[in-house]
Write a protein that binds this ligand. Sequence first.
Ligand SMILES: *Cc1c(COP(=O)(O)O)cnc(C)c1O
Length: 390
Amino acid sequence: MSKNNDHGLSTRMIHNGRNPANQLGAVNPPIHRASTIIIERAEDMYSDDNVRTYGIGGMQVHDELKTALCALEDAKHCMLTESGLLACTLPIFALVGAGDHVLIPDNTYAPTRRYCNRSLKRSGGSVTYYDPLIGDGIADLIQDNTRLIMIESPGSLTFELPDIRAIVAAAKARNVPTALDNCWGSGVYLRPLDLGVDISILATTKYAGGHSDTLSGAMLVNDDKIARKLQEASTDLGLCTSPEDASIVLRGLRTMTTRLKVHEAAGLEIAKWLQTRPEVTKVLHPALPDNPYHDLWKRDFTGSAGLFSFEIIPCSNATVIDFLNAFELFGLGFSYGGFESLVVNCDPQLTYRSSKETHFDGPLIRISVGLEDTADLKADLEKAFAVLNR
Ligand SMILES: *Cc1c(COP(=O)(O)O)cnc(C)c1O
């Protein structure tokens, strides 16, 4: 779908998914707010092929966004969703029915787990949570009724990197499709389809949107049959991304690779600085050479996002609350990938996990390093560390 796949990624993200000749010369595609489409010929009113008959199928801005997202990961098909979460749950909805089984990593994004424990179980499906470090041992967990294996890399709180290639090989041996939650790698630093994964899941809410002002997601797929199943599920449910959100994500994509370079450099700088701090006992960032997943990261990723966690010295929950309240620049907020820095404490979310293997001696803090000056961010962290030294 992309104009020229020989171009570098930044060039593709700027030139794919827009066509000024069709846009009255404007650089960007227009936002059409549309439900009804006036169809030119009566013969086309009930035709399925390539005729836009209702706004729910998307307008020009949706088409251009899909083209750009396909160019991002060299994918054949792209389906848009109204949130990143929906891009995680729709593959389960579409592929795992009554009597079927899905494998989900134990460190999965918590709302994906909630979907499995509630909606999937209600519809008669079953789930097994697996240790993300299981590697080719996943073969032993694949059942005859396993219809999907979800992978997440890295875990978005505890930053484990699974062996994607080993899991994909075991899945392929049993003909089970795989889907990878690629929110951290954003299609820039990790290309799951190239590793044999069937569905690459993006929360475009994050680095693609880049400005904390959209909720949206996408699924990228090469396999025609899987793409059809996802599209049918989306059609059956009546999903449709607003044209404003599509436009915001397309706009964000233009600068995503450029912004990510700054997030990456700033994130690494702060991660290394945190390693020197007496208040910090562990930094969970896969691009640090002494990280236990560093070799896997080097094998599969081409860079790192600005999101990572660190463990602080053991302290009471009340102290953690004071620590968080001491930040002035880092906002207390979920999500990531926006221009502004964020911080959350992870521990209340870790209690959901079924395997208790990930053990931390002290509280786990996650930061999303934004685009501010790193000296100011370090000073802000120092202010919070002062609370721990009281
Ligand atoms: C944020 C996130 C999602 C969901 O994205 P939303 O657009 O916020 O719904 C899914 N998976 C991971 C790993 C995330 O970080």
